[in-house]
Structure formats: structure tokens, C-alpha cells
Design a protein around this ligand. Structure first.
Ligand code: MN
Length: 261
């Protein structure tokens, strides 16, 4: 099939119900939970929004807001330049990453059962290979999405899940990141939690392995996704372009999935 036919089929499927669009994005508002870092570091400020005019004397026929936030707020994109290990790649920021790398097939790893009994659950190479035995090898340039049902925790305290020894949220075993980045050559990973690393990952070796090794391999991250339970294990296409912030390390974004059926 040539490009014209492929796009005509897609247009027909989008209109006719053969392909569904699923929104994987959390609402962005001042109460949106943000990552909390150890107290010695600068903190992620909450999302701010302020009305500039709303059909009033400030602008009689128009409504618009001013917004202010960190780049890593709510459902957001992590670019390789975000981490020191990815800082020297060419085209590693939100404005320079080749745009075709924002779109790719989804492989959805479902660990909802494991996470229900263990909020610190980590994806391992074994876990991925078990998934591949059922669903096939993860193809190059895939988005690997970690389904945990964590997004169903609507209370921010439950979502961040802090204890005295820090946050307890699921993530990735350090060894599986080079496996995904190099042996499977994926685009990046997406998670339902506030950041791509596990809550306890500050104490891992290396610390924050998903950030350190994924961005160190020039790959991406997507955090605070939702509705992963509406995706099949394979067969969906993810569309995740960040804002074109010049030199940006990431940005809030709308993440869409094209899903069969
Ligand atoms: Mn981030």
C-alpha cells in the first residue's frame, strides 16, 4: 500500500470506528501531583494558571490564561538532555528531536496484579521475556508502556505514596533499562506514576536507573500516563510530541493512542 492509501484507510477508520483514539493524559491543574525531590534540591513547583481576560474589561470578547510550570509537570515528556548522561547527544532536546521519533507502536506490559500486592514492584528482564513469549519480541522504535493501574489513585497522597523512607511507587529494575534501550532499541518508556523511575530508585545502583541509563542511551520517557487499561498488549500507536521549547528538557503534553476496534 502506498502512503495515500494508508492515510485514506486511517481517515476512514477514524471516522468509521475501526480505529479508536484513547487519551492517555491526566488533567493539568494546580492540584496535579508533581514529583517531590529530596529537600536539598530545587523542588518542582505546582502548575499555576491565571486568567488574563475573560470577556471583561481586560479583553471584552476573549478568554485566555497565563500558565506557569516546570517542564516535568503532570503528563509529560522526558528528553535525553533532561539527564546529565544524555546531555551530549545531538538533537536531544524538545525542539531538535526528529519528529518521527514521537510516534511509534505500543508494547503494554501489564503488572497490575504484581503492583496491587507490591507498590515497589520492578520490571525485570525476566518479566519482559515472559511478556515477549506471549506477545512477541518488542520491535525497534516502540514505546514500552508500564501498566500498573497507578493512575487510578486519584488522591495525590496515594498517588505519591510517601513513607518515612521516601516514596513507594513501581518502576524498572536497573538491568532491564539497557536491555530495552540497546537490545530492543525502543523509543522510550511510559509509566502511570509521577516519574519514570521507581519511588525508591534514589537508592538503586545506579541511582534513578531509568533516567540515568535510558537518557544515557538517547531514549525518552513519558510520565503520569492514564487509561493504559484501554490499550491492547500490542497493536496500538502512540502519538507523543512535546512542546517545541527551545533547548527544553521535556514538557507537559497530550498523549494519544490509536487503538484498533
Ligand atoms: Mn520528567
Amino acid at each position: 500500500m502506498n502512503g495515500i492509501d494508508i492515510l485514506a484507510s486511517l481517515t476512514g477508520a477514524l471516522g468509521g470506528g475501526g480505529v479508536r483514539v484513547v487519551d492517555l493524559t491526566q488533567p493539568l491543574e494546580p492540584k496535579t501531583p508533581v514529583l517531590q525531590l529530596p529537600p536539598e534540591f530545587v523542588q518542582n513547583p505546582p502548575f499555576e494558571i491565571e486568567v488574563l481576560s475573560k470577556y471583561d474589561e481586560r479583553g471584552p470578547a476573549w478568554y485566555w490564561n497565563k500558565i506557569k510550570c516546570g517542564e516535568h509537570t503532570g503528563t509529560h515528556f522526558d528528553a535525553p538532555i533532561h539527564f546529565v548522561t544524555g546531555k551530549d547527544y545531538e538533537n536531544n532536546a524538545t525542539d531538535t528531536i526528529p519528529v518521527e521519533r514521537f510516534i511509534g507502536p505500543a508494547c503494554v506490559l501489564d503488572a497490575t496484579k504484581e503492583v496491587e500486592s507490591d507498590p515497589d514492584f520492578l520490571v525485570t528482564i525476566e518479566f519482559i521475556k515472559t511478556w515477549e513469549a506471549e506477545h512477541g519480541k518488542i520491535p525497534p522504535d516502540s514505546w514500552v508502556l508500564f501498566r500498573t493501574n497507578w493512575s487510578k489513585r486519584t488522591d495525590p497522597a496515594d498517588f505519591l505514596n510517601f513513607a518515612e523512607d521516601g516514596p513507594h511507587t513501581p518502576g524498572w529494575d536497573a538491568a532491564c533499562i539497557p536491555f530495552l534501550a540497546e537490545e530492543r532499541d525502543i523509543l522510550g518508556v511510559g509509566v502511570e506514576t509521577v516519574g519514570t523511575d521507581a519511588g525508591q530508585a534514589f537508592a538503586f545502583e545506579p541511582a534513578f536507573p531509568c533516567h540515568t541509563l535510558m537518557h544515557g542511551a538517547n531514549k525518552f520517557g513519558l510520565a503520569s500516563l492514564t487509561n493504559l487499561d484501554q490499550l491492547p498488549p500490542t497493536g496500538a500507536i502512540i502519538i507523543a510530541p512535546p512542546l517545541k521549547i527551545v533547548g527544553g528538557s521535556g514538557s507537559p503534553l497530550r498523549v494519544l493512542a490509536l487503538v484498533p476496534g
